[in-house]
Design a protein around this ligand. Structure first.
Ligand code: ADP
Length: 248
């Protein structure tokens, strides 16, 4: 069983758009509880890879497994999210006119339209989780604030909190510290380190000092496949990696 002991397993994945090979023989695996950083130049295929994992894009060929039993290519995007793969895009999308608390509450509702009626009640376990999530995302003192009044960094944390309310096994995050202040970036690193072990994370980032703080293993994507893998120091010293970053 090739997928044994991995939360995510991709083998020889290919996808072409109008003949252009955006993903070209991609192999990748992530261990349970691992925090993996993904780097690579523009057009390397990072977004397309996340689209494939989340079921938004179907590859032309290859294997994509979640854990050892779930063949993700047999499932739709909404089912994949419900199975415990949470994705966060670069820009924060929170409900600005609702409070922090209400945003987290709403993240549990399957039907967002009725969620905010007075009939929506959290059970005990959900209340406990909401309290824990507020602590994790550094917003325990801001539960009653309107989300629209939060800083950019706090909105990003709130959106991560909304994903955490679903207790995902795997989180995919696209440039989470883009646009953050140095202090927010530092606190985001703490947040991610506190998630490691409990969740598996795949983080696409450009901020190398942030990557250095949070990750022991980095994957470099280029031209739709893995160019290098190792610690940040190892990949930064790799001639081929230097070439793609300097030569383009
Ligand atoms: P990255 O996120 O690493 O910048 P992308 O996954 O967005 O890379 O893109 C990889 C390549 O595939 C790019 O050259 C991009 O133009 C191309 N591509 C991505 N999605 C599509 C699409 N839907 N149609 C055509 N080309 C696409």
């Amino acid at each position: 069983d090739v997928t044994h002991g991995r939360i995510l397993y991709l083998e020889d994945v290919h996808v072409a758009f109008d003949g252009f090979k955006a993903i070209n023989g991609l192999n990748l695996d992530i261990a349970p509880g691992e925090l993996r950083c993904i780097i690579g130049p523009n057009g390397a295929g990072k977004t397309t890879m996340m689209d494939i994992i989340t079921g938004k894009t179907r590859p032309d060929s290859g294997t994509v497994f979640f854990g050892s039993t779930i063949d993700l290519l047999r499932h739709r995007e909404a089912d994949i999210a419900a199975m415990g793969i949470g994705r966060k895009f670069q820009k924060p999308t929170v409900f600005e006119q609702l409070t922090v608390f209400e945003n987290l509450e709403l993240a549990l509702a399957t039907d967002k339209r009725v969620a905010h009626s007075l009939t929506f009640q959290l059970n005990g376990e959900q209340k406990d989780r909401l309290g824990e999530v507020l602590q994790t995302i550094h917003l325990a003192d801001s539960a009653a604030r309107l989300a629209g009044t939060l800083s950019h960094g706090q909105k990003q944390w709130l959106e991560i909190g909304m994903l955490l309310m679903q207790n995902p096994k795997l989180l995919l995050l696209d440039e989470p510290v883009a646009g953050m202040t140095d202090e927010e970036t530092e606190r985001t690193a703490q947040l991610f380190l506190s998630l490691k072990g409990k969740h598996s994370l795949m983080v696409v980032e450009h901020d190398m000092s942030f990557i250095r703080t949070i990750s022991e293993k980095v994957t470099v994507l280029c031209d739709g496949s893995v160019l290098a893998e190792g610690t940040l120091d190892e990949v930064q010293a790799d001639e081929r990696v230097i070439e793609v970053y300097l030569g383009r």
